[in-house]
Design a protein around this ligand. Structure first.
Ligand SMILES: Nc1ncnc2c1ncn2[C@@H]1O[C@H](COP(=O)(O)OP(=O)(O)OP(=O)(O)O)[C@@H](O)[C@H]1O
Ligand SMILES: [Mg+2]
Length: 243
């Protein structure tokens, strides 16, 4: 187990480079996510946020090099499916549900890797997201954008992941729904100890629930620090907090 100070490191990424053919999308980035914490990667459109999460999961669309370890074990040579079964749940940007399945079937599929009964978790997430409970037999594809995002989160959590990767969960949602969703993320982290790597453009909300933050610009990490420090950083204020 790797430790950093007295924090236990769950995900450690070192000197990660990522390419789409000739296009280099990430240049030698390094970051880590401590167990039980929320780390956020902030960055503008095209900065490389989605590519970072794809590289962590070793998705075939991108070719990456560098070191990625989960709980001290190298995962960057593993297949995406193996990485998922080691406890990494990825909610891709703007997706993450099976549109042709009902809400409740989506949750069951999310828990397929588990052998125990799923009922108590399904009840738990219906309590957390009452809108989903009211629509449990509706097809996921016919839910609103916010409801689909809630379902994507609940579905990912059904596998009881070690690490939840969230790609811009606030995208396209109304401000009140975003606030609710982030409150839920904060509670999941604080009360259930879910470790998260969140990529976002919504710096204020993301830093509000994060412990540590990184700023990605054109494929490079240009700034990093504890979340409170970044919240007070004038360059972040100018670029992302609308100051
Ligand atoms: N499948 C792909 N093929 C080729 N280039 C890609 C592909 N996906 C992303 N890129 C390029 O890689 C760079 C980083 O893209 P990425 O999607 O990681 O950005 P992002 O930070 O997630 O942006 P956004 O906030 O718009 O989602 C961009 O220049 C993008 O055009
Ligand atoms: Mg993206």
């Amino acid at each position: 187990m790797t430790t950093s100070g007295n924090r236990e490191v769950l995900l450690k990424v070192e000197n990660l480079n990522a390419n789409y053919g000739q296009i280099q999308a990430l240049r030698n980035i390094s970051f880590e996510v401590a167990k039980g914490e929320v780390a956020v990667i902030l960055g503008a459109n095209g900065a490389g946020k989605t590519t970072t999460l794809r590289s962590v999961c070793n998705m075939p669309v991108v070719s990456s090099s560098g070191s990625v370890t989960l709980d001290g074990k190298e995962i960057n040579k593993s297949d995406t499916g193996d990485i998922v079964s080691r406890g990494v749940a990825h909610i891709p940007q703007g997706r993450g549900t099976f549109p042709e399945l009902s809400v409740v079937d989506n949750l069951e599929v999310g828990g397929y890797v588990r052998k125990d009964s799923l009922d108590s978790d399904i009840d738990k997430y219906f309590e957390m997201f009452p809108r989903l409970a009211e629509r449990k037999d509706q097809l996921a594809g016919s839910l609103s954008g916010g409801e689909q995002q809630m379902l994507a989160v609940a579905r990912a959590l059904m596998s009881r992941p070690e690490l939840l990767l969230l790609d811009e969960p606030s995208l396209g949602l109304a401000p009140l729904i975003i606030e609710d969703l982030f409150k839920t993320f904060g509670a999941l982290n604080k009360e259930e100890g879910v470790t998260m790597l969140l990529v976002e453009q919504n710096a204020n909300l993301a830093l509000g629930i994060a412990h540590h933050g990184y700023v990605l610009e054109a494929g490079e990490i240009v700034l990093q620090g504890p979340a409170e420090q970044l919240q007070n950083d004038s360059s972040i204020q100018d670029a992302y907090l609308g100051a």
